[in-house]
Unconditional design. Structure first.
Length: 365
């Protein structure tokens, strides 16, 4: 009897460590796995967005993992919940930086179109396309003969006191940007990945913990890191970790002229995608230049939704087009879903048929 009491006490203690509250975002997503947003007491600094029924995953059907960094390097995913829920409903286990936001919580600064300043030249010309002159090819590839990469900065610094497009903080006399993630000028780095590393270590520990509800269910061979704006920089800084299979850089890119650019060709991940918001996206130049700098054999894709700007489609119903593109990339890269891969492969990839999208690619046919 005493032994049974001890075992019961241990079981109750284990359950309390993983005590959770949960909430459904929208309708749980359009994918085959209804998603919930929850929080695990063993990782109170992060939010988990995952399929509600985890019994469908385990040996022979492990669930891939996505680590997410928020716009503005914020400690809340409130501005991305529709997008994250939709992606999770496609069969992904997401760990996002920040405690679970309250119902109806407003997006944080840097998650709605402001946030990341443009280093080395300000905003690119409004209405411009890919470099080399010419208009961006809507729903298709760049014009024949146009060079790869991004236009170099031709614009001006945002006006004093006027803020960045979309409501970000103004750049006062060339000072530090309000990103909450460290320095970001003069060759210095921004986007401390410590919170993503913490999430990664937690995922690994949970998968090995027999008392965890996620024991033996998480696919540690198929982990992605992604983020928006400053969160995209956090994800980029995870690219030197061989445990990360692919990176999604969304409305983001290393600052032009910064030391981080040199790391682009030493990534240990197996693939990378940039998802941008057209020439009005304040990260447009940075992301395009990142893509241009790649000179190795790693598969890389760059796509952009013209006119959506820095705020993306994260809070549109079911995450809008961004969720469709990101979900397809993750299914292709982490689940080897060839049908999903047609969004990026072939002479007319699926993204080229979506209204307003343009693309470029390297080492992908």
């Amino acid at each position: 009897m005493k032994k049974l009491f001890v075992l019961a006490t241990v079981a109750v203690a284990a359950m309390s460590v993983h005590a959770q509250e949960s909430r459904v975002i929208e309708d749980g997503g359009t994918g085959p796995f209804k998603a919930i947003m929850t929080q695990d007491a063993s990782l109170s600094t992060h939010t988990i967005i995952r399929p509600e029924d985890m019994s469908k995953f385990g040996k022979g059907n492990l669930i891939p993992v996505l680590l997410w960094g928020n716009g503005g390097c914020a400690k809340s995913c409130s501005g991305h919940v529709n997008f994250l829920s939709e992606v999770a409903s496609q069969g992904f286990f997401i760990v996002a930086i920040g405690p679970m936001p309250a119902a109806g919580a407003a997006p944080q600064a840097g998650q709605t179109g402001g946030g990341m300043p443009q280093m080395g030249g300000g905003m690119p010309p409004m209405g411009g396309g890919f470099p080399g002159g010419g208009m961006p090819q809507m729903g298709g590839q760049r014009p024949q003969g146009a060079p790869q990469g991004a236009p170099q900065g031709q614009g001006q610094r945002p006006p004093m006191g006027g803020g960045f497009p979309g409501g970000g903080m103004p750049q006062m006399g060339g000072g530090m940007p309000p990103m909450g993630g460290g320095a970001g000028m003069g060759g210095m780095s921004m986007g401390d990945p410590a919170d993503l590393v913490k999430a990664l270590e937690w995922v690994i520990a949970q998968n090995a913990d027999k008392n965890s509800p996620y024991y033996g269910k998480l696919d540690l061979d198929n982990i992605a890191a992604a983020g928006m704006s400053c969160g995209g920089l956090e994800a980029l800084h995870m690219s030197n970790d061989a445990r990360i299979k692919t990176i999604m850089v969304m409305n983001s890119g290393f600052f032009n002229g910064g030391d981080d650019k040199a790391s682009l060709n030493s990534m240990k991940t197996k693939s990378v995608i940039w998802i941008l918001g057209g020439s009005t996206d304040i990260a447009w130049e940075n992301g395009n230049d990142d893509f241009k700098q790649l000179d190795g054999t790693m598969p890389a894709f760059l796509c952009s939704l013209d006119g959506i700007g820095h705020g993306g489609t994260y809070m549109q119903p079911h995450g809008g087009d961004y969720a469709k593109v990101a979900g397809a990339w993750l299914k292709w890269q982490l689940k080897n879903d060839k049908e999903a891969g047609t969004m990026f492969t072939g002479s007319e990839p699926g993204v080229s048929k979506m209204e307003g999208w343009m693309f470029d690619r390297k080492n992908i046919k």
